[in-house]
Design a protein around this ligand. Sequence first.
Ligand SMILES: NC(=O)c1ccc[n+]([C@@H]2O[C@H](COP(=O)([O-])OP(=O)(O)OC[C@H]3O[C@@H](n4cnc5c(N)ncnc54)[C@H](O)[C@@H]3O)[C@@H](O)[C@H]2O)c1
Ligand SMILES: O=P([O-])([O-])O[C@@H]1[C@@H](O)[C@H](O)[C@@H](O)[C@H](O)[C@@H]1O
Length: 552
Amino acid sequence: MVVKRNASPDQGTDLAYRVNSPDVRYHPDHIEADYRYQNTKVSQDASGRMIAEPTETHYQFKTESRLPRVGIMLVGWGGNNGSTVTASVLANRLGISWHTKEGLQRPNYFGSVVLSSTVKLGVRADTGADVFVPFHDVLPMVHPNDLVIGGWDINRANLADAMARSKVLEYDLQRQLRPHLEGLVPLPSVYYPDYIAANQSDRADNILPGSDKQAHLDQLRRNIREFRQTNALDKVIVLWTANTERFSSLEAGVNDTAENLLHAIRTSHSEVAPSTLFAVASVLEGAPFINGSPQNTFVPGMLELAEQHRVYVGGDDFKSGQTKMKSVLTDFLVNAGIRPLAITSYNHLGNNDGFNLSAPQQFRSKEISKSNVVDDMVAANHLLYPRRPANGPNGTKATAEPATEHDGPDHVVVIKYVPAVGDSKRALDEYYSEIFMGGRNTISLYNTCEDSLLASPLILDLVILTELMTRISYRVLPTAASSSLPSEVPEYAPFHSVLSILSYMLKAPVVPPNTPVVNALSKQRSAMENIFRACVGLPPQNDMQLEHKAFH
Ligand SMILES: NC(=O)c1ccc[n+]([C@@H]2O[C@H](COP(=O)([O-])OP(=O)(O)OC[C@H]3O[C@@H](n4cnc5c(N)ncnc54)[C@H](O)[C@@H]3O)[C@@H](O)[C@H]2O)c1
Ligand SMILES: O=P([O-])([O-])O[C@@H]1[C@@H](O)[C@H](O)[C@@H](O)[C@H](O)[C@@H]1O
């Protein structure tokens, strides 16, 4: 059973469902919930045996429910992803359908976890059957049809010409959208040639003059302010979907602290990337910044600046197809007790992204983000991948100590540029694993898709969830033992400025310092889902279904 949402966009608390519990209070402009977060702390006794201790922490969540007017500014707006997501939002907003050889196609948001997936709310009181609601209805969320979209590009093509150049959407749709897009022109952008492939230089005809990085920063900040004012926006979110850059070198005194990074910008230091300049501009203008590409935009000084200003950042690198499959298949194999020995990922694509990635430094950025995605799944299973101290023997006894080293599978990433296939990326993967009694298993995958049709819905999910997170605050109540006096109850506060909750959409999730990186797709999704359930006082989804396993 799926419950349709019937709320009008500006009545955030009028969701498809309400929770009937003393732990949830619905106010005119916010929802407040008490939530007991349960965990298990593991320690070791004198004999080295692990001791597991259930714990409970009392959280309170507050979610502002009035929906703001939101704008997104895409860096790389004229690219395949930028033009495709803009065109697709317009097609949905205007209800434009188009003819294909399969018949009439209506617009949709398939591929968006927020807009096209559901969440199990609970079970029917009478029959016990599962009840599902749209993910978008779990909490008040903005709708992409209401987003104002703008942005920058180093190329001056208007969005209609950019859409045609991308060759992603069907002609009959492009034909109908052209009048709505040709008036949209990207703002001139920052172009530092050594950060992207030399083959991109012909594209760079819409760039800010000079090489003064402080002047560029000031201009980007003006752009963000003007976009917010011109469109009467309550919030602006900036998202990088421009070309993959080379990594910036991490240098003490340059990008190790917020102060040094701002100084490096004032002195136009070479190791300040365009993407980092956009991130600084966004944070200084109070706009969350999301990095959809693999480069290390978030140098330490950038993360410190975001923390100082309590502005959300998230990244890196959209997790769209081949890597998304990898974060599912590896999780399945390892959790089934099967030991991947080698994972070889090859793909070729013929779009401008592939053209840029054909350069070694840009490929290296992507290779890094595509290679680390199995690390957490491998580290979680010491039976298949024995932990060993940096210089000790294999197979030491499982302990609560973090894994120091483990020999994971051989992992190879290859990307080739083949112009003929355009945006229709071909991904070929082989998973070669050890199974029972020395056996071997080989799984081969062949995955073809328009890369931009996978990435575009992720852009919307990243923006919608980032905006939602700006309306959620929390506090931890002292334990009952301290019988908390009003003075002891802390104020509500935002989450850490690095939004690891976005990891489901990202290949190489950036996380707060000293916190674990989770890549397994199922864990990423349940973290998102259960945190939002907690915001309305609901327990985490656990699929135990004890009611169906007990004697009635
Ligand atoms: N499935 C996917 O498409 C996917 C998945 C993961 C990551 N990505 C990443 O998303 C990014 C965009 O992918 P795409 O297919 O749209 O690429 P694209 O080459 O079509 O678009 C990139 C755009 O960025 C512009 N650009 C380059 N440098 C810029 C700058 N400094 N400022 C403003 N604009 C700039 C280019 O002119 C181009 O229009 C790439 O980095 C790609 O690696 C894409
Ligand atoms: O499908 P996925 O691995 O998540 O991501 C894609 C890669 O397979 C492809 O090699 C690259 O060119 C794209 O930019 C994108 O990163």
